[in-house]
Design a protein around this ligand. Structure first.
Ligand code: SF4
Length: 488
């Protein structure tokens, strides 16, 4: 069984998780964390294509595993840069190196790893030094005379203007010395990872995240801890307090003893689960809503960002606002709907702002869910389109975050401690569901839009995608309208 760089990264995060994925793939549940890793890989490929332009005359290695390795051997006899040089060692390590570049002065191959990131990261989730360490060790063990090791990442200050300027876009950093400090550690970790993959069985009952907060879990948590409910004591306390409860086999929030040391906020959350009844501060809600001014606009954006900026004026991963839905509610209950969906990249935000200006008048509150998102995008749009700055700043002044009510004055045991619209809506208005839609969340929306603007879809597919995107975004604002009515 081979150990790739991705496997090694997963091993560093959690050995149990890697073992399950490699040895019992049928029991491994890919979820949010896997999607996160897939996105990293996809972003990486996109960036690599641009980075390769920094090495003119380079040869891309492709084909099946055998071809990749034999072609790599051939190319190592020459001095042209090699993209995706591939190696497998006798102990089972497998690596595809982003770039090997022959250094005429040293007579060695310098190794480059490309990251779709705007800095060198060394946290548990992305340890770039260990990534390049793994690749360097595999190349050396496969017989390559490796010189310096480099990381190439994105300059976060770069703003696109016309064609991408690859010399400005990328930062190339020599990390050979940093790697030397960690090389022995990486070697030991590789030994341990290979040993783990030889194990035929490991304990599948419990894993160390049982004692950590719920935010640190991977997709396998419930495989190892099936006894833990979806909303558990992990959502209330952490550290020693969590351990104290677990040592008494207390997993349900409702089972936390009355005299357990908790803050007021924690105690409210426990009370909610014990009684099973919503806690609604109707006076405070009425007071908050009375400050809103009709007509009330319900606003929602969909956005799309890429590591390599696609449009002029954009930085790495800056979000392009490609879609908006607005519901306008008058005091007499009249409701109008406005929407915009960019059919192509160029002019996407200009068209959106033109439409927004025609439907959002000078008076009225603007309701969003999670204000920092829409406010942040508005400020970025104001930078890109200064002629709309005043309008966008005025929108931001009029924004009210409907989510605040569900943080402060309306709690329900079935929200599971969250104020997200995806948790609130099914409880308050189960009939208004995203489940019947082809697009059910923001990640799906941006990926569908990406497929549409990148070309290759038939007219029928484009039409269908547009309909699905419009339905999804319209439901986001319609959901806010109905929630607003439900609490008014
Ligand atoms: S939840 Fe368990 S399997 Fe997943 S990272 Fe944590 S310890 Fe590992």
């Amino acid at each position: 069984m081979t150990l790739t760089k991705t496997d090694f990264k997963e091993y560093l995060l959690c050995s149990k998780c890697l073992w399950l994925k490699k040895k019992r793939p049928e029991e491994y549940t890919a979820g949010e964390f896997s999607l996160f890793l897939q996105k990293l890989i996809k972003d990486g490929y996109e960036v690599e294509e641009y980075v390769q332009k920094l090495f003119p005359g380079g040869v891309f290695v492709s084909g099946n595993k055998e071809t990749l390795m034999s072609r790599t051997k051939e190319l190592l006899q020459d001095t042209k840069p090699i993209f995706q040089a591939t190696f497998e060692t006798s102990e089972g390590l497998f690596a595809k190196i982003d770039i090997l570049n022959f250094n005429i002065e040293t007579g060695k191959w310098d190794l480059y790893e490309v990251k779709a990131s705007s800095e060198i990261k060394t946290d548990l989730k992305h340890n770039h030094i260990k990534d390049v360490g793994f690749q360097t060790i595999v190349a050396e063990r496969a017989g390559v005379n490796v010189g310096q090791s480099y990381l190439i990442y994105i300059n976060k200050e770069y703003r696109r203007s016309g064609e991408v300027d690859i010399d400005e876009l990328f930062i190339v950093e020599d990390v050979t010395e940093r790697l030397q400090e960690e090389k022995e550690e990486v070697k030991n970790e590789i030994v341990n990872a290979l040993a783990l993959l030889k194990e035929e069985n490991i304990s599948l009952s419990e894993c160390s995240c049982l004692y950590k907060s719920h935010g640190q879990r991977c997709d396998c948590f419930f495989k190892f801890n099936p006894q833990v409910p979806e909303y558990s004591v992990h959502h209330i306390v952490q550290g020693n307090k969590l351990r104290l409860l677990l040592d008494q086999d207390i997993l349900e929030i409702a089972d936390i003893p009355e005299d357990f040391d908790l803050t007021d906020i924690q105690r409210d959350k426990v009370h909610l689960q014990k009684t099973g009844r919503a806690m609604i501060n109707t006076d405070a809600i009425s007071e908050t809503l009375s400050r809103l001014v009709f007509p009330i606009y319900f606003l929602d954006y969909e956005t799309y960002g890429t590591p390599i900026p696609l449009l002029d004026g954009y930085k790495t991963n800056q979000q392009i606002v490609f879609q908006v839905s607005v519901h306008k509610l008058q005091k007499d209950g009249t409701l109008e709907h406005f929407e915009y969906l960019a059919g192509e990249l160029q002019g996407a935000t200009k068209g959106l702002l033109e439409m927004l200006k025609t439907c959002v008048g000078p008076v009225g509150s603007i309701l969003v869910w999670y204000e920092s998102f829409e406010k942040g995008r508005n400020m970025e749009l104001a930078e890109l389109h200064p002629e709309y700055r005043e309008f966008l700043e005025d929108i931001n002044k009029r924004i009210f975050d409907l989510m605040k009510i569900f943080k402060d004055d309306y709690q329900h045991p079935d929200f599971y401690g969250s104020a997200s619209i995806k948790k609130v809506l099914p409880v308050l208005l189960p009939e208004l569901s995203y489940k019947s839609l082809d697009i059910q969340n923001g990640t799906m929306a941006l990926s569908e839009w990406e497929n549409m603007i990148r070309g290759g879809m038939s007219d029928f597919e484009i039409q269908k995608t547009k309909e699905n995107l419009l339905k999804y975004c319209a439901l986001d604002t319609m959901a806010m309208v109905e929630i607003f009515k439900a609490i008014s």
